[in-house]
Design a protein around this ligand. Structure first.
Ligand code: ADP
Ligand code: MG
Length: 244
């Protein structure tokens, strides 16, 4: 059984279908790179997996906990609520815009949820937060505020913050798209390191060289459907698919 199993995921906004019967399996420890033209539904898919959007139909299973969505007349039932909370807890997400708390230091950003949500003792959260910041190359910048950090550094804090919740699955939505080109490499380096360490990840990116090097599977979304899926060399060298 895969760590993440999506079946028949369907989502419309105001009657316009954005995802249509998406099936996707992500194995534990694997890296899936999701590509596709702008507007093809990549962000919506990740947001559905994290239950930031409510799908119209389909099932999402994370680490054995299953959430089924269905239309019931006009009432959308999400079943069961407890599984949604469990899945949210199991998933870490990193956005294009880093969305750090601007009034909090790097370290404070990282320890906030472990203390507030998981109830980790402060001293333990601090020690772990420092370790995580070091892991993303930010040793010595613990006390910096987001405005004092470059975009690449802020994104690395955002990654450390997500990792602090010890997620079983990490979702990245265009983590380098908002960055100055000179800063893209340092963030991809962190992703590479996580992949090498066995972190299960789904990454939406236009960095095709990264996909080629790091992905186990490349999935191509077009018009809300998965049109191609397979090893990077096979998918990316197939001239018939639009990957960006
Ligand atoms: P991608 O990330 O591949 O560029 P998105 O998932 O962001 O694509 O968007 C897919 C489609 O859904 C687009 O046509 C977009 O305009 C539409 N869409 C996304 N979010 C919303 C929303 N909250 N309300 C209405 N339409 C939306
Ligand atoms: Mg998007």
């Amino acid at each position: 059984m895969s760590l993440l199993e999506i079946r028949g995921l369907t989502k419309a906004f105001a009657g316009v279908t954005v995802l249509e019967g998406v099936d996707l399996d992500v194995d534990a420890g694997s890296v899936t790179v999701l590509v596709g033209p702008s507007g093809s539904g990549k962000s919506t898919l990740l947001r559905c997996v994290n239950h930031l959007e409510t799908p119209d139909a389909g099932t999402i299973s994370v680490d054995g906990s299953l959430v089924a969505y269905r239309r019931d007349g006009d009432v959308l039932r999400e079943l069961p609520e407890r599984a949604i909370a469990a899945q949210r807890r199991a998933i870490g997400m990193v956005f294009q815009q880093f969305q750090l708390f601007g009034h909090m230091t790097a370290l404070a950003n990282v320890i906030e949820a472990p203390i507030g949500v998981l109830g980790v003792p402060r001293r333990e959260a601090l020690a772990r937060g420092r370790t995580l910041l070091a892991r993303v190359g930010l040793e010595g910048r613990e006390d910096a505020y987001p405005r004092q950090l470059s975009g690449g550094q802020q994104q690395r804090v955002a990654i450390a913050r997500a990792l602090a919740m010890e997620p079983t699955l990490m979702l990245f939505d265009e983590p380098t798209s908002a960055l100055d080109p000179a800063l893209v490499g340092e963030v991809l380096e962190v992703l590479r390191d996580l992949a090498a360490g066995g972190t299960t990840m789904v990454v939406v990116t236009h960095e095709i060289a990264f996909a080629r090097e790091v992905a186990d599977t490349v999935v191509v979304l077009d018009g809300g459907r998965i049109v191609r899926s397979g090893p990077p060399a096979e998918v990316l060298d197939d001239g018939s698919v639009r990957v960006a």
